[in-house]
Ligand binder design. Structure first.
Ligand SMILES: Cc1ncc(COP(=O)(O)O)c(C=O)c1O
Length: 346
């Protein structure tokens, strides 16, 4: 690794671009080479750093695209209200897009929503609509029922519905994977993508097929997710997997599916920090551990892992050893052992 210790003013660096508004900074995220994450040296592993989108995640892309397409085709007009059920990255991306386009935003959440995300959505001008009781024990059903009710109440309301909206995968087809392919045209052997709506994985796969690339797309799913014929079970890492099969995911096939347990996501996050100084979010930890599980078959290959967001969104969960012990029943020394890291000296 080259370490430059002094600033070199003689070297030409292009001037940073000036964007017209914050949404113009969505996309064009960089990739970083991960030299030390794996145990083998001959895998060319690159991570696409989606946390560098202005709202902090890959979801800025579909959020922007779904809103702008609806504005273009007249389903939305300035001053209208967008309604969505999300307490995570999509809620943040939509709040940001609505603020830029002069739209109101109602975000339907339940008591399990992470307080930090709710605070960001509010700070971006979103109105939080809290569903307090589950419908037959199911909070997702209760949130969707509340969305329908809000849509019925007024005609100027629009539901992007990221789990069924084809503009979701289209944003990744035109952006995420197009940028990766532009950097490494036809040179990627494997692409690892975490899945929930499957918008990212679908968009990437469709681009690669159309471009005639040989890249194998590996869908990374959570254990306990219903995607890809999985069986529902408890899951604690947000952004990974789905409790009920989204319309977008129906019938979708990828070159391989790897299911990771929650604790592997935690271990991957710890390892990415310790080995690379890279604070990745829970799904990013899972994706990197899926790559590590396959490292022996990846030798000599170029591999890209999409890292959807930053660990800064998970300080009270994945990066909190009390939370990990309480929710997943795994102690800190066990996490470090799973991550292949030495415990710090006492
Ligand atoms: C952190 C994180 N990782 C991965 C995903 C999965 O992305 P997709 O919905 O495109 O499958 C999401 C989606 O919410 C997410 O928030």
């Amino acid at each position: 690794m080259n370490v430059r210790t002094r600033l070199d003013f003689t070297k030409f660096t292009p001037a940073p671009r000036i964007a017209d508004n914050i949404l113009d900074l969505v996309g064009q995220t960089p990739m970083v080479r991960l030299h030390r994450y794996l145990d083998v040296a001959d895998v060319n592993l690159l991570a696409k750093v989606e946390a560098l989108n202005p709202g902090g995640s890959a979801k800025d892309r579909p959020a922007r695209h779904m809103i702008e397409r609806a504005l273009e085709n007249g389903r939305l007009s300035p001053g209208d209200t967008v309604v969505e059920s999300s307490s995570g990255n999509m809620g943040i991306g939509l709040a940001q897009a609505c603020a830029v386009h002069g739209l109101k935003f109602i975000c339907v959440v339940d008591p399990n929503a992470q307080a930090q995300n709710v605070a960001i959505i509010r700070a971006l001008g979103g109105q939080i609509d809290l569903v307090e009781t589950a419908l037959n024990g199911d909070f997702l059903a209760a949130r969707l029922e509340r969305v329908s009710q809000l849509l019925r109440e007024a005609p100027d309301r629009f539901w992007p519905n990221q789990y069924a909206n084809l503009d979701n995968p289209a944003s990744h087809q035109a952006g995420t994977i197009a940028e990766i392919d532009q950097a490494l045209p036809g040179k990627i052997d494997y692409l690892f993508v975490a899945c929930s709506s499957t918008g990212t994985a679908r968009g990437c796969r469709d681009y690669l097929h159309k471009a005639g690339r040989h890249t194998k797309v590996i869908a990374v799913d959570a254990q306990g997710s219903t995607l890809f014929d999985g069986t529902a079970g408890p899951r604690k890492i947000s952004g990974m997997g789905a409790g009920r099969l989204p319309d977008l995911a129906k019938g979708q096939r990828f070159d391989d599916v790897i299911r990771v347990p929650d604790i592997a996501c935690v271990a991957g996050c710890r390892r990415a920090v310790a080995r690379e100084g890279f604070l990745v979010g829970g799904s990013g930890g899972g994706v990197l551990e899926a790559v590590r599980a396959m490292q022996d078959t990846l030798r000599g290959k170029t591999v890209v892992a999409i890292i959807h967001d930053s660990g800064s969104r998970y300080l009270g969960t994945v990066f909190d050893s009390d939370w990990v012990e309480r929710e997943l029943g795994v102690s800190e020394p066990q996490v470090l052992a799973l991550a292949g890291l030495d415990a710090p000296a006492a």
